[in-house]
Design a protein around this ligand. Structure first.
Ligand code: UDP
Length: 479
């Protein structure tokens, strides 16, 4: 074990990034790289609780934990992210530094750090111990590129927005000309002034990204080639290794038996419900692990789904409706109760990748989180996008306008619009979207097969990490 290179991985402690970085950790461990994976106590306990302790098949992959500094009862929903990051900078960062710098004599020294791009403190730690840092931002590259364009957008006076015209086209995001309107920029660009905590965090992240020796992305070349090429102007060394969940399956057969890394209990009853539904008849509905919606939005969505006449499988995550913890405070309208009984299935958390792969699912009504978007792309399922925050506004624009994989419902939550969009994707434009989704799914799968672009990029990442190890050993022999 001592001869293996040793990579220290530190993900942002949220469902999407942890799942994604765990997939990368498994792939690297499979290629004889020793991994220390740093979870927060909170995330680690939940992984243990909901994966029967089976989320690690590798002797050379071990876990360590740090506190995130938040009270245990903090819901850790999307609106809490600035608090989470602030608290981690104070509480977790010094412990991380200590762990990486003071590795005991008996253990392999760290040869490389892979950290979430928002962890700006990782750059200082990597420099202090003289090891390469690779930033892995698990949002979409198209979304991340708009983060990198933020200084330019501010300098040009495009952000903050000068008036309420959300359809004004954006000029100063190179490679996105003619695509992006104000409403398609990440949600934090809607802040009235530059004191917004997320804007400050993103600007700080932008300053630190060029300090990394490389950037890792969960995407594939053919999906985002123009964006990746823009990004290379800032950091030439880019590894596009996604879709990681499919990549793990194609490289590592045992991965078929690994768990989904869920931090909620998956309700498998929805799979038997799907088994009894006709081919491509069901809309799968989920707003991911962080989004929270109002009761009004919840009701509009429900009416829209029922009025569309489609069958639906709806994930109603606990705590995802503001003020809806114990009961919604309203009587369920008869029409909704009836429509749901006839055509719906509601669960609190689903095995999403299995659901999206199911032949009964015809489309995905999604909040456009990047993991969800990629999971849908791989399974060739068209999307109805209702973005909630950060990169999701960009993702939904790309799904609707650039990749033509579905429709973008951005900034509207009205039962009539929902009904119309579901009917568009499930009925009137069904063939057009399915054909396109099928084509892009094939590209995604080819990218992670032998010789594909993501396959090659992962090989290069593994080789580069191994050569870092050789360089580190040569340097220690010289001193
Ligand atoms: N997910 C799941 N079951 C659900 C809903 C979501 O397993 O019922 C998973 C989904 O497969 C994805 C992740 O949660 O991997 C959500 O990540 P994403 O980036 O899409 O959105 P976020 O939750 O970060 O907003």
């Amino acid at each position: 074990m001592h001869n293996l290179p040793h990579v220290f991985i530190f993900p942002l402690p949220l469902q999407g990034p942890v799942n994604c970085m765990l997939k990368l950790a498994h792939l690297l461990a499979h290629h004889d790289i020793r991994i220390t994976f740093l979870n927060t106590h909170h995330i680690h306990q939940r992984l243990l609780a909901h994966n029967n302790n089976h989320f690690n098949n590798y002797a050379n992959l071990r876990f360590q934990t740090v506190p995130d500094g938040l009270p245990e009862d903090n819901p850790r929903t999307g609106d809490q992210i600035p608090n989470l990051l602030e608290s981690m900078e104070i509480v977790s960062a010094p412990i991380f530094r200590e762990m990486v710098t003071a590795v005991p004599e008996s253990e392999t020294p760290v040869t490389c750090i892979i950290a979430d791009g928002i962890f700006t403190f990782a750059a200082g730690v990597a420099a202090e111990i003289g090891v390469p840092l690779l930033y892995f931002d698990t949002v979409s590259p198209c979304g991340f590129w708009t983060y990198l364009c933020l200084p330019k957008l501010i300098e040009a006076g495009e952000v903050p927005f000068k008036d309420d015209n959300m359809d004004e086209m954006i000029i100063n995001a190179p490679g996105m000309e003619g695509i992006m309107r104000r409403r398609d920029l990440p949600s934090f660009c809607r802040a009235k002034d530059l004191d917004d905590p997320l804007i400050k965090l993103v600007l700080k992240e932008d300053d630190h990204i060029p300090l990394a020796q490389g950037l890792i992305f969960n995407t594939f070349q053919q999906l985002e080639a123009p964006i990746l090429s823009q990004m290379r102007n800032i950091c030439p060394n880019i590894y596009a290794v996604g879709p990681l969940h499919t990549h793990l399956k194609t490289r590592v057969l045992e991965a078929e038996t690994t768990t989904s890394n869920s931090i909620w209990k998956e309700d498998m009853t929805c799979i038997s419900w799907l088994d009894s539904q006709p081919l491509r008849s069901v809309v799968y509905v989920s707003i991911g692990s962080l989004a929270i919606i109002s009761k009004e939005e919840f009701l509009e969505l429900w009416h829209g789904l029922v009025n569309s006449g489609s069958r639906f499988l709806w994930v109603q995550r606990q705590g995802s409706v503001i003020g809806g913890a114990n009961n919604m405070g309203f009587e369920t309208p008869l029409q909704l109760a009836q429509g749901t009984k006839e055509r719906g299935c509601i669960v609190s958390w689903a095995p999403q990748q299995v659901v999206l792969a199911h032949p009964s699912v015809g489309a995905f009504f999604t909040h456009s989180g990047w993991n969800s978007s990629l999971e849908s792309i791989v399974e060739g399922k068209p999307m109805i996008c209702w973005p909630y925050g950060v990169d999701q506004q960009v993702n939904s624009r790309y799904v609707g306008e650039v990749w033509k994989l579905g429709v973008d419902m951005k900034d509207m939550c009205d039962r009539v619009v929902i009904e119309k969009m579901v009917k568009e994707v499930m009925e009137s434009r069904k063939d057009e979207f399915l054909e396109r989704a099928d084509h892009v799914a094939k590209l995604a799968k080819a990218s992670v097969s032998q010789g594909g672009s993501s396959f090659q990029d992962l090989d290069r990442l593994v080789d580069d990490i191994k050569s870092m190890r050789i360089r580190a050993r040569a340097a220690s022999q010289l001193s």
